[in-house]
Design a protein around this ligand. Structure first.
Ligand SMILES: Cc1ncc(COP(=O)(O)O)c(C=O)c1O
Length: 447
């Protein structure tokens, strides 16, 4: 028997009991003094270490789209891990990722019909950027080496994604990052678009900055990467016509367009992917999160036929892309993913957001006159409440609203002074009411 204390279900307690775990994207010391621990989950709810039920307003972390504890996914994982825990995928294969890729491309728009598997959104992004650079190189356009991201963009935390990302704190500690990266302006314009229900009217012209960058960099740009809807920076929406315009400019200049659909993929906007929602087809699309309903880590990069075909040249005995992860196409993750797609299909979850979107929008916008609310943004089943920062204490109100909601029984995400919501796609109208009620109570208590 181990003599180590079991800290899993500890409620109160000193920071030291939790010291060894360096938590990601967390104020470690603050959290460890006042921990908010989750120990169970089912359907739309978490259970806390002290036995409270918490309405999940953020689908775990934008990933548990079908809700928690789904039996078919649990069973598929259990079956697969018992049957074959792991198989190598370099120069070897096993059936599941082939089957999973076929199922995925049947859902994807246009000819995004090849899939490269990764283990996370960050890996999907770095994979997509590498594929874009290599694509130009194998076509004899190796001079296209520049990558264009966008201010306030979030593309995960690996070096490529950090480089094209546009959140200052995620970048400034980590040296010079990748060379040859430039950024478009972000599209958040509260002055002109505050409290717009759905897509903002103003700002499509910001896409024209890509023309300016082409004028500056000539034919050295390989790819542009954007989130169709930015989540991590606090729900930033594309102005009407903006994504279409980006697509046109990319086409005019031989630049690949990458949509980072790590949060918008798998039904968040009421269509399987944002590319379908906006009717704009990227050349490469990154996904993760909802791919396995958050159950087992996995990511998938979709590429269009012309991208894949560019690599499938030369001697057939040659490896076409020198890239991949030990766990690419992991059997247990693929099993989880296949079962997830079954649940999505059986319950119509990939389009359910479209049915709820108007209700969601109406309820959220009813919060507009509450204290410190300076903007509310929504699309599909995404919502953001942007708060006036307290002078000298930027980010504090967002944190306090998050904590107040947690105390009152709902989990919502905060980024600085913006609180973001993205409930599982199984959410009911009553649960939307409950979430909005809790937010309203929390807002009224803000100082
Ligand atoms: C748009 C986007 N890209 C990439 C990522 C990174 O995904 P992961 O945390 O799985 O590496 C995220 C995570 O939130 C994301 O929102």
């Amino acid at each position: 028997m181990s003599s180590q204390p079991d800290t899993r279900h500890e409620i109160a307690g000193e920071r030291t009991a939790r010291d060894a775990y360096w938590m990601p994207f967390t104020a470690n010391r603050q959290f460890k003094d006042n921990p908010r621990l989750l120990v169970g989950a089912e359907g739309m709810h978490y259970t806390t270490a002290d036995g409270r039920s918490i309405l999940d307003g953020q689908a775990g972390l934008w990933c548990v789209n079908a809700g928690h504890g789904r039996e078919p996914i649990i069973e598929a994982v259990q079956r697969q891990i018992a049957e074959m825990d792991f198989a190598p995928s370099f120069n070897m294969g096993h059936p599941l990722p082939f089957e999973f890729a076929n199922r995925l491309v049947a859902l994807s728009p246009g000819d995004l019909d090849h899939v490269f598997f990764t283990n996370s959104g960050s890996e999907s992004v770095d994979t997509a950027l590498k594929i874009a650079l290599a694509y130009h190189r194998v076509r004899g356009e190796g001079h296209r080496m520049r990558l264009i991201g966008r201010e306030k963009g979030y593309h995960g935390v690996n070096f490529g994604g950090t480089s094209v990302g546009g959140l200052v704190n995620n970048r400034k500690y980590f040296g010079l990052l990748l060379g040859g990266v430039d950024h478009l302006s972000h599209t958040l314009d509260i002055g002109r678009n505050a409290f717009t229900c759905g897509l903002p009217e103003h700002g499509a012209e910001l896409a024209d900055e890509l023309e300016r960058l082409v004028a500056l960099h000539g034919d050295t740009i390989a790819a542009v990467i954007v989130e169709p809807v930015a989540g991590s920076a606090g729900v930033i929406l594309p102005p009407k016509g903006y994504l279409q315009r980006l697509r046109e400019i990319c086409d005019a200049h031989g630049i690949l367009l990458i949509f980072d659909e790590v949060i918008t993929g798998f039904g968040r906007l009421g269509a399987p992917f944002a590319a379908q929602y906006f009717d704009v087809l990227p050349d490469i699309m990154t996904t993760a999160k909802g791919l396995t309903n958050g159950s087992i880590p996995m990511g998938a990069v979709f590429v269009r036929r012309h991208v894949y075909d560019a690599f499938m040249q030369g001697a057939e005995a040659n490896i076409e892309l020198f890239h991949g992860y030990t766990y690419s196409g992991h059997p247990v993750a693929a099993a989880a993913g296949l079962a997830t797609l079954d649940v999505y299909a059986e319950e119509g979850l990939l389009t359910r957001g479209a049915e709820l979107a108007d209700y969601w929008a109406e309820k959220l916008h009813a919060l507009r006159d509450l204290p410190y609310v300076r903007d509310i943004r929504n699309l599909g089943l995404i919502g953001g409440i942007d708060l006036e920062p307290r002078p000298g204490e930027a980010g504090r109100r967002g944190y306090e609203l998050h904590c107040a909601c947690f105390e009152k029984g709902a989990l919502v995400r905060y980024t600085g002074d913006i609180v973001a919501m993205s409930p599982p796609l199984i959410v009911t109208r009553e649960q939307i009411d409950e979430l909005v009620d809790i937010l309203a109570q929390g807002l009224r208590e803000l100082r």
